[in-house]
Each structure stands twice: as structure tokens, then as C-alpha cells.
Design a protein around this ligand. Sequence first.
Ligand SMILES: [Zn+2]
Length: 404
Amino acid sequence: MEIGHGEAPSIPAGLYLDGRDCLVMPGLVNAHTHAPMALFRGLADDLPLKVWLEEHIFPVEGRWVDSDFVYWGTLLACAEMIRSGTTTFADGYFFEEQVARAVQQAGLRAILGQGILDFPTPDSPSPAESLKKAEDFLQHYSTSSLIHPALFPHSVYTSSPGLLGQCQDLADRYGVPMIIHLAETRSEVEEISQKYGKRPVNHMESLGLLSPSLIACHCVWLTEAEMDLLARRGVKVVHNPESNMKLASGVAPIPELLAKGVPVGLGTDGCASNNNLDLFQEMDSAAKLHKVHRLDPTVMPSDVVLHMATLGGAKVLGLDKEIGSLEVGKKADIIILDLNRPHLQPIYNITSQLVYSATGADVRDVIIDGQLIMQDRKLLTLDETEILKKMQEIKGKILQRVSH
Ligand SMILES: [Zn+2]
């Protein structure tokens, strides 16, 4: 459902929401996450990315991740995202059809990338199988209004040049974006440079993979020339400041990328490396990280950060004609914040208030595609009690298997 003119009496309102002392704004866009990983929240913290990924996340994913895990993990993530004002998110994981099932139940808008790796994954015994599974996924969701399918080859260090090329062919054939983690850590740059004689961005360029349909997440370790190349090729970038801080990956050159005209969105990354999906907190972190890193309080002002979490993120996902701002003709993805609270008063500058003072808990109502999803902080599409109960059951299974 779209946003219309207020004076159009021909459209009868089925519901009136009291907006006194409230802010009505576009729903937030979480441009990079792994929703089912909400179930790994707090499981392995305070570790470097390589150890965290190879010794903890990949092994536990191999043992525990199945379709049921993905479905319930996504429901948990959707409940959290709705509660904190996210109306659209971009995901990358396995069993992505289960993510889609949960997302449809929740009523969220999403870009869903089916995960593809060079080794056996929880949902595919081989890369060839995962490509086949990905194609089935693209076919199945090609006509859905809230779900946009995509491909998610995890990274250049987990996907061979051949596999990346096959992913690109598939993405081109179906006209869908490709999501990848790129230049996230210094060790990735060292590994790829040793293996291919090129840094990650140049490696992607040599394979012909830098294009406007590429959504490159992180982009922490870039040279000036690589930034120019990303700008020239129209690549979209997602900034994940809290994940980068927590895994001590580094500080992405976001002010430089923005200055070069690269579209940048904001993402939380998965809950195992954040450990929440609250984009209001992420905005606060994004604004402050770059200031302290450069010892310059004028970089990343609140309006720039808010743009990354709304229209900027929509552009990164190729949805800026539909969402990201409240305009006549755009989809009705709207959140309402209750401003009549001590930590949000007095208001001198609303964007400052949203970035530095508000949290996801200030979101009162959520509307997605014209459908009321949360009213007075009550979820209308999901059974929160059931989801939380199921979490205890899944946690019990995980802990049982950890101890064996
Ligand atoms: Zn990620």
C-alpha cells in the first residue's frame, strides 16, 4: 500500500493513530544482517574475526543450523527489528526460504540472499548444490511484493573465483543483487593478496564483479585507488560500525566513500557480532566512531547518519524509488516514535535527538506496506510469547550439544 495525499477523501481510513507528541518518520533500513544468527547472540564474544568465524561460528553452524533453527531465529530477529523500528532489512544466510517464511509471517520487507560457499554448508553438501538451491530460491520469490531475492556468496576468502563468477552469471540472469563481505579485516587483505597477488577489491575487479548490483559489506580496508574504483563501478557499500568495533576489524573510511559519491547504507550485521539489531543504537555508534577515530567532532553529523539508515540504505538495496522516505506514491513503511519521554526532551534538533538520544524502545507503532505491524508496542503479526518460549527450548538443545 502506498502513501497518498492527506486531502484525498476517496480513501477511507480504516484506522486512526493518535500522533500527538509523536514523530512520524520512514521505517529504518538495516542494509546488512544475518537474521537467524539472533540465536547465537552472546554465544562467542570477545574474539578476533578469524578465530570467531573459523573456530566458533562455522563449526556451530555446521552442527546446529537446520531449517527449524533458521525459521525460529528469524522470527526472533523480526520481533526485535519491528520493536526497534526497522521495516526493511537485507539478509544473507542458509535455508533462506525459511527466512522468507518467517519474514512473510512478520510482514517485514526484505532482500534475502541465499548463502553460497566453497565448502559444504548446513543446507548444501557442495557448491554446485548451493547454486542449484539458490536458483530455486530466485525463481520462487521472483514475484513477491515484500521479498526481493538475492545471492550471498559469503566473501572472497570463502568463495573461489570460479564460484564467484557462477554467482554473478546467476545474479545477472535473474536481475538480482549480489551481497558479499568485502575487505572486512586486515587478515583478509593479507590472505587474498598472497593467494591472488591482489587486494580484495582489485581481485573482484579482475573477475569483473564490481558493478552497481554489488552490495559490498564492511569495506574497512580500502586504499584511495580502491575507493575510486568502487565509486566508478557504482558499487554499493554497507557500513557496520558495531560489528567492526566488536571484532576489532577496523574503521571503514565512510566519510571518504560518501565524499566520492558511493552510496552507503547502515547495517547491524548478525547478532553474534553486534549483539543486537537496534539501528538507533547503530546510528549513535556510526556517528561517534568516526569522530573519535579522527579526533574530529564534525565528521559524520547526525543528518548524514540518519540518511544512511533510511534513504541511503534504500538506495544501496535498489529500493529508493519505493521506500526510505515519506513521499506520495512510495510504499507506506512508517514508524511512529513517542517523543514525550524524559530522554527525548527538550527537542532543539530532531535528527540529533534520533541519532544520539533515541533507542529502538522509543518506537511506538510500525506500519509496513500499509499494514499495522506493531501498535502501542504490541506485535500484531507475531506471537512474542511463543517465540520467547521456543528460544529456551533451542538454547537448551544448543547447550546440550556444546557439552558433548
Ligand atoms: Zn555479515
